[in-house]
Design a protein around this ligand. Structure first.
Ligand SMILES: [Zn+2]
Length: 305
């Protein structure tokens, strides 16, 4: 049977060829990485401070197309004690940006048997549309609990009141879409926000910590239980960041600081040997970091079936 037949026959069976979720356990904490889909983006955004030859060489070495490729978009669901915590919410829906392959989260949570009404907490690494957009899709808020807590850095909410886009390098249309989505999110969910300054323990072993850099309130989530550790790095690390931690990503509002954050985090993760998951690393994005010369190496885990 050809792949095409499997995906389009209309007969009962799996609708998607690629699994969209991957489970990991960190001590007593359950972690489920769920794919929100992919975002095709121009390759220039990988390192807008790098010269074109170096960028082309990296893409070639990675067997990636020269002009644009699909970035993964990963969301994580964490269960710790009685709490069900959604870390970020995917892209949602923005017809103007023509990104129909992203925004799959709600459907995929349903496929995983996770009811939106069971989510007790949301943690946002930051308020870019590809992280909050899933919450502002029509009909989603009504399905969430009235007492839902949304944890986000105070600096992030403040930033989006008057966001600075002078240091970013995004495709046309993105800055306006990001402004609109962040504003809509803040308006709709104001009463749910639980702001923290630098660090906050959301549930036993689940700590969100502000790093800044990517955005002023950008945060990472550290999980620790029974001697195991896993870090969800949000947008502090991209696929190119292991080889070129100093390359500026087009979505970074303070790229110099973002590079310092990345270098510090990768150094720390390489030393601890803990697992890393990040929003835009290839799904399921579970691996570890090794040091290689002056840079780093991404070491994916062997899938556990
Ligand atoms: Zn992102």
């Amino acid at each position: 049977m050809s792949l095409d037949v499997a995906s389009r026959s209309g007969r009962p069976g799996p609708e998607e060829l690629v699994p969209s979720r991957y489970a990991v356990r960190v001590g007593e904490i359950d972690v489920l990485v769920v794919s929100d889909g992919v975002l095709p983006l121009p390759t220039k955004m990988l390192g807008h401070n790098a010269d074109d030859t170096a960028r082309a060489a990296w893409l070639n070495d990675m067997f990636l197309p020269p002009d644009a490729f699909d970035w993964s978009l990963n969301v994580v669901v964490v269960r710790s004690g009685e709490q069900v915590i959604l870390i970020d919410a995917g892209l949602g829906l923005d017809p103007d940006l023509n990104l129909p392959r992203a925004g799959q989260l709600v459907k995929r949570l349903e496929a995983a048997g996770i009811d939106l009404g069971s989510v007790t907490d949301v943690v946002l690494t930051h308020m870019h549309m590809d992280h909050v957009g899933g919450l502002i899709v029509d009909g989603v808020k009504e399905r969430l609990r009235p007492d839902l807590r949304i944890h986000v850095a105070a600096a992030e909410v403040k930033f989006w009141e008057a966001p600075d886009f002078t240091h970013v390098n995004m495709p046309a249309g993105f800055p306006d879409a990001l402004r609109t989505a962040a504003k809509k999110f803040a308006q709709e969910y104001r009463s749910h926000l639980r702001l923290f300054d630098d660090e906050h323990e959301v549930a036993p072993g689940v700590v969100v910590r502000r790093t800044g850099g990517h955005t002023p309130g950008h945060s990472i989530v550290r999980l620790a239980s029974g001697g195991d550790r896993l870090t969800f790095a949000g947008d502090a690390v991209f696929a190119v960041g292991f080889d070129h931690p100093d390359w500026h990503n087009g979505f970074e509002h303070d790229p110099e600081e973002a590079a310092r954050v990345r270098l510090r985090l990768l150094t720390e993760l390489a030393a601890s040997g803990e697992q890393l998951v990040a929003t835009h690393l290839p799904f399921p994005s579970v691996g570890r970091v090794a040091v290689e010369g002056d840079a780093f190496r991404w070491v994916p885990v062997f899938w556990d079936y």
